[in-house]
Design a protein around this ligand. Structure first.
Ligand SMILES: [Zn+2]
Length: 381
């Protein structure tokens, strides 16, 4: 018999969350709604706002139980703007033909709702051994400076780091059961400015052409094979994204030249190591130059072990399919969590995430709830 205060239905909870218009950085009551649901289930909720005092990022940590095993479900309640042209209102959470429509249903309010519903079913049906927690941020789709990163650091400072963290991002490209992510590539951007000496093209000995120096540096950078890939990662890739001079004259050697590049790198590199390499190459070809580096995330890998195995098995139990273990795609907040504990990602189907008419099949919400519940059982809670 279901207790009325226990939200065992992921569909109703997902609909309530969609109706909060929490377009980054707004929250519109999404976290208060979740926090009150969790408090009724017996969770102790700690609100952890970080960032500017006049507009802090809402985050919270909710915990029930103590000791090991300790499992944390991580997620975000913010969504990207809906954009124009929806056939179904992006914040009404309508169901048509077995599909639930709404901004954030795939990415990732649906995943959050399934984790809460799975926990509710778990707590109703047996005593808890160990700890279950949730780490929820309101800034994943924005700059992410004041979200999961300071929250996981707060957990570390307070001795609350879980044994394992499951992030419910929509990892499945086409069907539930496709893919578990066990790592992500790192990403960095470099902006290179080379200064030369401006002059007349007919008198090159009186000038110093910064374009030639920049091209030589870019040729060396793009000519290196960074690696051949590793066991779980594809080869790292450097892509020049822009070369800018903006010189309107045909008879002037310009004073400076700029380029930008991005590297998606695997676990055989660090952002700092690649930054040193870029600076060294550029300075050899162009002593008078600047290199600005921004590392958005390091590569990380959770080596498949017992916890990932429990998750694979849970997916297979419910869907009948063996998920692929994968490290592709962009970055996620798992890059922050991985600095402190093992993390894997599994959620809904992401085919429509960030798109117009974002939706999931209603049946996948029930299936994902059952996968999370089975995972908790196999994890030994
Ligand atoms: Zn997301």
């Amino acid at each position: 018999m279901s207790s009325p205060s226990f939200p065992t239905d992921p569909v109703a909870l997902a609909q309530d969350l969609i109706r909060c218009q929490s377009v980054t950085p707004a929250d519109d009551g999404a976290q208060a709604l979740l926090a009150s649901v969790l408090e009724k289930m017996g969770f102790e909720v700690t609100h952890l706002p970080f960032g500017p005092e006049d507009a802090p990022t809402p985050n919270f940590y909710a915990r029930i139980g103590t000791g090991s095993p300790s499992l944390c479900f991580a997620g975000h309640t913010d969504v990207v703007p809906p954009g124009e042209g929806w056939a179904h209102d992006p914040f009404s959470a309508e169901i048509h033909d077995g599909r639930l429509y709404g901004r954030g249903i795939a990415d990732m309010k649906g995943g959050v709702a399934c984790s809460v519903a799975a926990i509710a079913r778990f707590l109703e049906s047996r005593p808890l051994k160990g700890t279950i927690s949730l780490l929820i941020t309101g800034d994943e789709e924005g700059p992410a400076h004041f979200g999961t990163k300071p929250v996981i650091e707060w957990l570390a400072a307070h001795g609350e780091v879980p044994d394992f963290c499951l992030l419910g991002e929509p990892t499945n490209p086409a069907a539930l059961g496709d893919t578990i992510k066990i790592g992500r590539r790192g990403s960095m951007n470099a902006e290179i400015t080379v200064r030369g000496v401006q002059g007349h093209v007919a008198y090159p000995h009186l000038a110093d052409n910064p374009i030639h120096r920049l091209l030589a540096a870019l040729t060396e950078l793009t000519g290196r094979c960074l690696d051949e890939g590793t066991e779980w990662f594809s080869p790292s890739s450097l892509q020049v994204t822009s070369v800018d001079v903006g010189n309107p004259a045909t008879n002037v050697i310009p004073a400076d030249a700029r380029a930008r590049l991005n590297i998606r790198f695997n676990d055989s590199h660090t952002g700092a190591g690649l930054a040193d390499w870029i600076r060294d190459v550029v300075s050899r070809h162009a002593p008078d130059s600047d290199v600005k580096i921004a590392i958005s995330g390091e590569a990380f890998l959770t080596q498949p072990g017992p916890a990932v195995n429990c998750l694979e098995q849970a997916v297979q139990d419910v869907t009948g399919r063996r998920p692929k273990l994968d490290t592709g795609g962009g970055t996620s907040d798992a890059r922050f969590i991985s600095q402190h504990c093992a993390v894997a990602e599994f959620g809904l189907v992401g085919a429509t995430m960030h798109k117009r008419d974002e939706h999931v099949d209603v049946s996948t919400l029930e299936d994902l709830t059952r996968i999370y519940l089975t995972f908790m059982e196999r994890f030994g809670l």
